[in-house]
Design a protein around this ligand. Sequence first.
Ligand code: FES
Ligand code: FES
Length: 171
Amino acid sequence: MSERPHPIALTVNGVVREAEVPARRLLSDCLRHDLGLTGTHVGCEHGVCGCCTVLLDGAPVRSCLTLAVTADGHEITTVEGLAGPDGALSPVQRAFAECHALQCGFCTPGFLCTVTALLRDNPAPSGDEVVEGISGNLCRCTGYQNIVKAVHRAAELTAQTGEEPVTGERP
Ligand code: FES
Ligand code: FES
């Protein structure tokens, strides 16, 4: 059965991107295969691991559970959009590097997007709030301790520098 393509236009990391996608194309596949943004990783493909997390109008979503057509006209921020225009790492990215919060890095794009939104909404989270905030992202390597440290460090860096932790807009 052939599937009729649907034209969509997404603002991805501040740039309008157009694609023609079947109705069932996942946002994760659209980003990776149609738009070439392979920084968004796909692990479980059924909403469990959080690897594929991106920001949709500023809110973290699992792109493997989101149809690309439903994102038509909306703003998406992927891991490629977290750094500044000059390539300078965001406070969250710097903190992950500084605290050794990654090993293989497969889970990292999802964590970075999740934590970016977490700190935007709660710039000084408690220990429990950090654990709760990252509870939807799985990491098979780190044991989470350095990720938790990195979230607190990112909060410090954000407070020190006054940088915005995220580029996307809240709905
Ligand atoms: S790939 Fe989307 S939640 Fe695992
Ligand atoms: S660093 Fe390997 S899965 Fe998290």
